[in-house]
Design a protein around this ligand. Structure first.
Ligand SMILES: [Zn+2]
Length: 59
């Protein structure tokens, strides 16, 4: 079972998105929100309450 690189949630097979870095490393994300947070916003993986922080940081 793979886990989301950002939030640490386990991914069901066939769900989520896979991302390949320039280094050829595989990253997995539960959804595009996790992907954006990790790749575009360059946030560090947070395992708890990250969405609340994300909300408060959004503005
Ligand atoms: Zn996630």
């Amino acid at each position: 079972m793979v886990k989301c690189t950002f939030c640490g949630k386990e991914l069901e097979p066939g769900t989520g998105t896979m991302y390949v870095t320039k280094e050829g490393k595989l990253l997995y994300f539960t959804n595009s929100k996790c992907e954006k947070n990790f790749i575009k916003l360059n946030r560090k993986p947070l395992k708890t309450k990250w969405s609340e922080r994300w909300q408060s940081n959004k503005a």
